[in-house]
Design a protein around this ligand. Structure first.
Ligand code: DGY
Length: 438
């Protein structure tokens, strides 16, 4: 269909994709991409891997550089840190002086949901230059395996198949309602006075609260006082949660690593990775709550299940870890959430009084989480719902811009603007279908 001004749906799609490419170029710092100017001026772990998927649609070499740069900051013990502070920037808090990890390049001391294997697999599968892809893949596979090995060595408790996060920032979903009770048990220590910088770049009411930040900083100082010795931290961490972001994404990455090991011929890793795949599935299954008909994170510090329901309950679909009856229950829940919000998938249960459509991980929609849920639904044979989620996400981006997150009730764009991973999702997952012209 051609609009009165002569614009076709294909032109509209091209315009959006052009804007997305421009955002990646603007956020490009040569060998890594910042998530967004001002708010996040360094390299973030999962942002980077997911952003590489966007780069790959128009510059495969740049996509590989992104992942290689991230792994150049891998710790000797295998951990891949959540932030790499390649250059100084006083616009972000807490910076390298607060983390005090003593690493070069300077890094934070915690990790983030592991998506490297999943993204590297996708880069290889979609590569036009297969030879280069194989070279990079072969170099990255042992490093990714070292990271997964670290998860099980430093973070698995009681041979459960589950790894714990020691900081809400590790889950990626900083201020999720899921952590409220766990954080309430974290005492606020006497910590040096500090000034937040995030609220200078984004609306304070849409960000975590000051009391959240007091806890976040307390945890950073506690672990820094333990010299960032990871295996000593996990057993005593005041925040110690088996969350569904890290565990689901780790399990999906285990599966994708299995594929990668085979693809690059790293057969010495086969048995070990097979073992992770088995235990990862077992761990996720142990988080299923029959009474709630959902997957629930577990608070190891309090030794109890977390009962609030966030969008992370759908992530075991992405991990291919659900049994048919569980899939049905999750699908039913998603349809019921659709009755409460205009756009799927709110990051928190919209029927719960704690739902907040504008505050970061307490309600808003995130494009990358939608991609994961939609991908999992497609694999589980629910393409109809997967398509609704894709259409909703595309509509949000096209109406409200390449924002960090979106209000699921009115579609308002929130948080950082010109956001790299939102642009990457538009270039990859959402590029296929033309938007419909009025
Ligand atoms: C932040 O600063 O908001 C991040 O989520 C921490 O990584």
């Amino acid at each position: 269909m051609v609009a009165e001004n002569g614009t076709t749906p294909t032109d509209l799609v091209e315009e959006k994709l052009d804007q997305a490419r421009k955002i990646l170029r603007q956020n490009d710092r040569g060998t890594y991409t910042i998530p967004a100017r001002g708010l996040y001026p360094f390299q973030w772990n999962w942002d980077s891997c997911l952003t590489a998927l966007g780069w790959a649609t128009f510059d495969e070499g740049r996509a590989w550089t992104e992942i290689e740069t991230l792994f150049s900051a891998q710790w000797d013990d295998g951990m891949v840190p959540h932030i790499v502070f390649h250059k100084e920037d006083t616009g972000y808090f807490p910076g390298p002086d607060v983390w005090a990890t003593g690493k070069s390049p300077a890094t934070s001391g915690i990790t983030q949901p592991p998506v490297a294997a999943t993204c590297v697999r996708q880069l290889i599968e979609t590569a036009r230059d297969k030879e280069t892809a194989l070279e990079f893949g072969a170099r990255l596979v042992p490093k990714i395996a070292a990271w997964h090995r670290w998860f099980y060595a430093a973070r698995e408790l009681n041979n459960s198949g589950l790894v714990v996060s020691i900081h809400p920032w590790e889950s990626g979903a900083d201020n999720s309602v899921d952590w409220d009770a766990s954080l309430a048990n974290v005492p606020v220590d006497e910590i040096p006075p500090y000034e937040r910088r995030d609220t200078e770049h984004s609306v304070a009411e849409h960000r975590p609260t000051n009391s959240d930040y007091d806890k976040y900083l307390t945890l950073v100082h506690r672990y820094s006082n333990l010299g960032w010795k990871q295996s000593e931290i996990a057993p005593v961490a005041p925040f110690r949660v088996a969350d569904l972001f890290v565990n689901s994404l780790l399990q999906r990455s285990n599966i994708d690593l299995q594929w990668l090991v085979e693809y690059v011929g790293a057969s010495h890793l086969t048995e070990e990775v097979d073992g992770w795949v088995k235990k990862g599935k077992m761990g996720l299954q142990s988080l299923w709550s029959e009474p709630q008909q959902s997957f629930q994170p577990y608070d190891y510090a309090a030794d109890q299940s977390i009962t609030s329901i966030s969008a992370s309950t759908f992530l075991p679909l992405f991990a291919h870890a659900t049994e048919p009856a569980q899939t049905q229950a999750l699908v039913k829940r998603l349809w019921s959430w659709r009755d409460h919000t205009r756009y799927l998938v709110p990051s928190f249960d919209p029927t719960d009084p704690r739902f907040d459509s504008k505050r970061y991980w307490r309600g808003p929609v995130w494009a990358i989480i939608n991609w994961m849920i939609s991908d999992g639904l497609t694999a589980a044979g629910h393409g109809d719902l997967a398509k609704i989620i894709a259409d909703d996400t595309r509509a949000l981006i096209d109406q409200s811009g390449f924002r960090e997150y979106f209000d699921p009730e009115n579609g308002q764009g929130l948080g950082g603007d010109c956001f790299s991973w939102t642009a990457a999702m538009r270039l990859t997952w959402l590029s296929a279908q033309p938007v419909e012209a009025d």
